[in-house]
Structure formats: C-alpha cells, structure tokens
Design a binder for this molecule. Structure first.
Ligand code: SF4
Length: 323
C-alpha cells in the first residue's frame, strides 16, 4: 500500500473529498513510524500523533498499483505534474523507495521526487537510477544547534551528504528547511544562501505545531519574519540580490535586503516570492495552513490585491534606517 495525502487522493479520484485547493503534485508517503525522532514530526518514533498524519495532512492508504495507474492518468490529463514520495526511515527504506520509484516510473513519465534520508551517495544514485528526477535530503534545521535540539543525529554528515550529492548530481538535489524552530532570520538566510551556492534547491516550510509531538505547544513563526525569509530565498535563488548586502538587527532579526525600497517593491510585485517553494509544480496546499487561516505558502498565484498587500506589509516591516 502507498499512502496518499487526502488532497492527492481526491485529485486522483481515489477518494471523493471536497477540495478547497487541488495539489499539482501527487504526494505519497512510504513507510511506517519513523526510526528517527524529530520533535516536530507526526511520524517520529515517539510521536503520539495520528499514524496517518504528516504535518496538518492525513494520508489514507491505497493499493500501490491503483495509485500508480491513477497518477499516470492524471499526468496525461495535466491534473498532476509531479509525484513526490515522502519516506520515513525504516530498516529497508531505501530499497522500498527504489522499488516504489521504479514502479511509478514504469507507469508514467511524470517527474518523481524522493524525499528521503539516504545513508550515502550510493543511496542517492540508486534512487536517481530507479527513475527519480530529484532526491530531496531534508536538513529541516538551519543551524547545528537547532538540528541537535529538534532532530538529534549527525548534522555534519547531513550537510556533507547534501554538498556531495549536489556536486555529483547537479540540478537534481533539494532540501527542506523549516522556519520557526528557534533559528534567527540571519541564520535561516545564511543557510539558504549556502545551500543555493552548493546548487541545492530549497523548499521552505513554516513550523507547524502538531498535536502529539513534543513541539505541539510551540508557536508557528511570525508571518512577517517568514515573509522576509521567503523574499530572501526568492531573490537569492534568482540572483537578484546578494546575501553579502543583507543587514540584520543585532539579534539577527529583521533582514533588510540592501536594495532601495522602490527596487525591492518592483522585484517582489508579482507576489511569486510568497508562493510554495521547492521542486517545480510543488504547491503543497494547506500543508502549513488552515483553510481561511494565515497563508504561509500560497499554493497558487496571488491575486493582484493579495500581492500588493503582501509587498506593502513586507516593505512597511523593514528597518528603515538600514534600507
Ligand atoms: S519540494 Fe515538494 S515535491 Fe519536492 S521533495 Fe519537497 S514536498 Fe516533494
């Protein structure tokens, strides 16, 4: 069986569910309770969250051949433009992911991601050879201190593997970063800048407290801070700004971008900086948001009035004396 996010199940026609927003990527989950114990994750070893949950989303199981066939049809019809396996760590998780990727690649030419914890470069190579277009190795934490506090495990090895993989497989390696785990804006943006320089594609997530996890009572990041980190990623990834020109308050908060306000406003005017980041065509509707609540990652293009409001709010929140 493969688990599909409830939105994915709806868009694939596996389970009729009213949908406020359709995913453009089919999100699938492989594996049982994770052997790792990340403090923010519903699937962590000691989490007491619902077994079928990951972040805010529920993932009902379906026979894998049925899912692969449905993805192939949805991709042909343009309803789905990517498929993503999100994989918990288990004894055989790389072999199981390899098999799943190969099965889906045989059924469809939809681009496939594997968001997984490889042990080494050979694991990454296996997944790419099986048919994955990309492999995402989630760092999640922006700093070693945050990593140790929330994930445990080996920070240096994770960073080194990302760097090795990005060098060995250019354009095919990504990572997830969670904003709001206790890092400063300066630390988050420095990490983003370093990852981009390595050629790693960065997907930003807003920390989302999940019931049954140790961080259930922690707050999500302030929206204004998240917007500034989104803007930094968007500008840096396109070469429109330089991290060396960014300035911060003494506490590492409130980045200013080293650009005149009018120029920054023009660059951000379309609002695309505030859309879901990561792999092409990944929109993750309501992964971090409640319908009608704060929209950390817009899963669709912003309307002109939304874009204007977001850019105005961002510009108003900048430290004027340093802009
Ligand atoms: S960015 Fe989206 S498609 Fe890519 S690995 Fe992450 S969740 Fe999957």
């Amino acid at each position: 069986m493969w688990r599909a996010s409830s939105g994915t199940a709806a868009v694939l026609g596996l389970r009729p569910t009213p949908m406020d927003a359709a995913p453009t990527t089919a999100y699938l989950m492989l594996g049982e309770r994770c052997l790792r114990n990340c403090a923010f994750c519903a699937q962590a070893r000691e989490s007491r969250a619902d077994d079928a949950a990951l972040s805010r989303v529920l993932w009902p199981p379906f026979p894998r051949e049925e899912v692969a066939t449905a993805i192939a049809a949805a991709a042909r019809e343009g309803r789905i433009r990517r498929a993503c396996f999100q994989v918990t760590v288990g004894r055989e998780h790389i072999a199981e992911t390899e098999e799943a990727v190969a099965l889906l690649a045989a059924a469809s030419d939809v681009p496939i991601c594997a968001s997984v914890a490889p042990r080494d470069l050979a694991d990454v190579a296996r997944l790419l050879e099986a048919g994955a277009e990309r492999v995402t190795i989630s760092l999640d934490a922006a700093t070693e201190a945050v990593y140790r506090r929330t994930k445990g495990g080996r920070w240096a090895r994770g960073c080194a593997l990302l760097e090795e993989a990005a060098a060995a497989f250019p354009g095919r390696i990504g990572t997830h970063l969670i904003v709001g785990l206790g890092e400063t804006e300066q630390e988050a943006i420095a990490r983003i800048s370093g990852l981009l320089a390595m050629g790693v594609r960065v997907a930003l997530f807003a920390f989302t407290p999940v019931r049954g996890t140790p961080l259930a009572g922690a707050p999500p990041p302030p929206l204004a801070a998240y917007r500034r980190v989104q803007a930094a990623l968007w500008l840096l990834a396109r070469g429109l700004a330089s991290a060396e020109a960014f300035r911060y308050r003494d506490d590492g908060a409130r980045v200013t971008f080293g650009l005149p306000e009018a120029v920054l406003g023009d660059l951000l005017a379309g609002g695309d900086a505030f859309r879901t980041s990561g792999c092409p065509d990944c929109n993750r509707p309501y992964y971090n948001e409640r319908p009608g609540g704060v929209m950390y990652n817009y899963h669709r293009p912003l309307t002109p009035s939304e874009a204007e409001a977001e850019v105005t709010a961002l510009l108003c929140g900048l430290e004027k004396r340093r802009s």
